[in-house]
Write a protein of this length. Structure first.
Length: 696
């Protein structure tokens, strides 16, 4: 016994040659601690099985960092250990600030748009301020290392046999963690599926930790989201004799002639997908003008009979969607536009709208309506190249203008929706047929009277409201949108076009610039954060409606495009979109970024992996699991449509409305030059605004 104790002491002493036990334990516990801080702050979760996996995945990372910090002499090891811990801490702090601002996690692909994000540097400062407490706790390991940790670092280079042992231990622990996850195949959506076959940042952080999520993010970017070939819908092909919203696509020939297994699987999947039938609303607005607005930060909380009377009227006197939800996605506004304009789910970890600019997009309404005699224009009252809209919007069939690209507006932040209407309405109001798409900006955060010019503009008009300052500021900047809509209706009426125009308006996301407490304040009661936070209004209105039409089916922005295609009577294939015509007899389904979902039968919370049936509703056997299979397939095949440019493979161009007038492709040099010009212009505008704010 004494001899064994002596050997163990000698082993521990030799271990101290490359890293003391204190340093190794400190590093591992620091990583686990940072994971817990982020998880608790962003998701309000601490305990649970996910914490076990976070520990399992954190240990090998700690071992590897210890190994890296033990390759040189004392000075080198201290530098390496400090840099490693600093970078790990920075990753967590970045996520805290980013989540504080955008209510979602930062992904690696977002680095490609760092220049665009830095345009809102002042919001970053506000995010640091709002997240000060978790940032303070997150910095504690660095403080401990600065005072004591350096003393624990190895004095000299590690011996080969111990370094090899540490490396083997790291791989062994990683292997155990991966095996454990792959064996966890329980629940409505298993952790095995989440780890191996999908990429859902919110759930990955909750179940595996942020550092492992970065690894899955990298895998997603380089290799895709896992091989889910063979996933099928639990549906049957319709036997109805009612005409379907489908195109004449010979899937049998496509399957027979395809050698790529993934694309063949896509052909098979869509050939058996349930199409929607035409209905009493099919072609109801054929030959009508269409104005479609994606409104920044718009929500049902912005509707007020006195403060926003035009929006209130349109929301309550047109089609009234009682169960419309607007989920937030990974790239907030850009993904909000993508779901609205394409009827597809954004791919996690990429800028889907920008990437779609390289693809054939025949079902976007600009491409659908242009060859039918419509003039198709799109406008944005902020920098035209932000989120690369100068690539995506022309590809959707629009003649696109934004600030710096033909639309000149006063230099404020945010810019004025009213001024945008004043400048753009004359461009199309006298056209025989027009479809105009707007992406507004007046409702953008920050929701203060200091940082938001539109809120300041209407400050006096909201002073009488019984709300806190930030809530008043939100309503004030939404008043600018209301004034813009008032002007639009007035000009349409003056030109004799009001009765011939369908107007559609939905938000890009809920106003995450307000805290949940502030949203509860305007909501009148505590808002339910998993689903209630996203319950909002969809405006679909035309002036000749004698009375409102109440729609109770659950729906979301991915349903808007197929609904409009049906209303306008343009040919499209309902099998090739994830959204469905709201007026069809298809079951209502709303899906959220973390794979949560709700239907008329109940709701599934992915964070808790729990299905909650609605009261008094009979639930079919395996309903939740079957619906989950369908939801996961929606995410998977949406990503593949984007990745493989699937419409170009399956949809013959001669049977669609696509005009082929996509903007010419630019070379890399031309794109870089345009981006540089846009950045210079924006920097100049930001500098002028900054000087002006200093002067005030």
């Amino acid at each position: 016994m004494a001899e064994n104790i002596k050997k163990n002491k000698e082993l521990l002493k030799s271990f101290g040659q490359f890293a003391t036990a204190k340093y190794c334990l400190f590093l591992i516990f620091s990583i686990i601690y940072l994971e817990c801080v982020l998880r608790f702050y962003t998701l309000n979760i601490f305990w649970g099985r996910g914490l076990v996996y976070i520990i399992l995945f954190s240990v090998p990372i700690g071992f590897l960092v210890v190994l890296l910090s033990s390759l040189g002499d004392k000075k080198v090891n201290v530098i390496i250990s400090g840099v490693c811990l600093f970078l790990i801490t920075l990753l967590f702090m970045t996520q805290i600030v980013y989540f504080t601002i955008f209510d979602t996690y930062f992904t690696l692909y977002s680095l490609t748009g760092t220049g665009d994000v830095l345009e809102f540097w002042h919001q970053g400062l506000n995010g640091i301020k709002a997240g000060a407490l978790p940032l303070f706790f997150g910095a504690l390991p660095m403080f401990i290392w600065a005072f004591w940790g350096r003393k624990w670092v190895a004095d000299k280079s590690i011996k080969f046999r111990y370094g090899l042992g540490l490396l083997i231990a790291a791989f062994l622990m990683q292997f155990i963690a991966v095996v454990a996850v792959n064996a966890d195949d329980n629940g409505v959506m298993s952790r095995r599926y989440l780890y191996k076959e999908s990429f859902v940042p919110r759930l990955c952080v909750a179940n595996f930790g942020a550092l492992t999520t970065y690894g899955l993010d990298l895998k997603n970017l380089t290799l895709g989201m896992g091989d889910t070939v063979g996933v099928k819908e639990n549906t049957e092909i319709s036997k109805s004799h009612v005409p379907q919203n489908v195109l004449e696509i010979d899937f049998d020939s496509l399957i027979a002639g395809e050698t790529d297994e993934i694309i063949k699987d896509m052909h098979q999947y869509f050939s058996t997908a349930q199409a929607t039938a035409q209905n009493q609303y099919t072609g109801k607005y054929a030959g009508k003008n269409l104005i479609w607005i994606c409104a920044e930060g718009f929500s049902a909380w912005a509707l007020d009979a006195k403060k926003t009377p035009t929006l209130y009227k349109m929301a309550n006197q047109g089609y009234v969607f009682k169960n419309f939800y607007n989920p937030i996605w990974g790239v907030s506004t850009s993904d909000g536009e993508y779901t609205t304009c394409t009827g597809l789910i954004p791919k996690p970890g990429v800028w889907s709208l920008y990437k779609s600019g390289e693809n054939y997009m025949p079902f976007c309404l600009g491409n659908q309506l242009q060859p039918r005699g419509y003039t198709t224009r799109a406008y944005h009252d902020h920098t035209y190249s932000y989120y690369h809209r100068d690539v995506s919007h022309p590809n959707m069939g629009y003649n696109y203008k934004g600030v710096g690209n033909g639309l000149e507006l006063r230099e404020t932040w945010p810019e004025s929706d009213v001024e945008m209407m004043e400048k753009t309405i004359p461009e199309y109001i006298n056209d025989e047929l027009f479809h105009t798409y707007y992406m507004s900006v007046s409702g953008h955060l920050e929701y203060t009277f200091v940082d938001n010019a539109m809120a300041a503009k209407h400050k006096d008009e909201v002073e009488d409201l019984p709300y806190s300052s930030n809530v008043k500021a939100y309503l004030a900047c939404q008043m600018e949108l209301d004034k813009a809509m008032e002007l639009l209706l007035k000009e349409l009426n003056k030109a004799g076009k009001l009765d011939d125009t369908l107007i559609v308006l939905a938000g890009d996301h809920y106003p995450y610039g307000l805290t949940n407490e502030e949203i509860s304040e305007i909501n009148g009661e505590t808002v339910e954060e998993n689903f209630g936070l996203y319950h909002t209004a969809l405006i679909m209105w035309e002036s000749s409606m004698a009375e409102p039409v109440i729609v109770k089916k659950p729906c979301s922005p991915i349903d808007i495009l197929p609904t409009l295609s049906n209303l306008l009577g343009v040919p499209y294939d309902s099998r090739l979109m994830m959204g469905k015509d709201i007026f069809s007899d298809s079951p209502g389904l709303v899906v959220f970024a973390d794979h949560s979902w709700l239907t008329d039968k109940g709701r599934y919370n992915a964070l808790t992996n729990e299905f909650i049936p609605n009261k008094g509703v009979k639930i079919p056997k395996d309903y939740a699991k079957n619906t989950m299979v369908h939801v996961n397939a929606m995410f998977d095949y949406s990503a593949k449509i984007l990745d493989y440019n699937y419409y170009s493979l399956a949809v013959p161009q001669n049977i669609t409305a696509h005009s082929g007038t996509v903007a010419p492709k630019l070379t890399k040099e031309e794109k870089a030059a345009k981006a540089m010009d846009a950045r210079k212009n924006q920097v100049q505008r930001d500098f002028k605004r900054w000087n002006k704010s200093l002067g005030q």
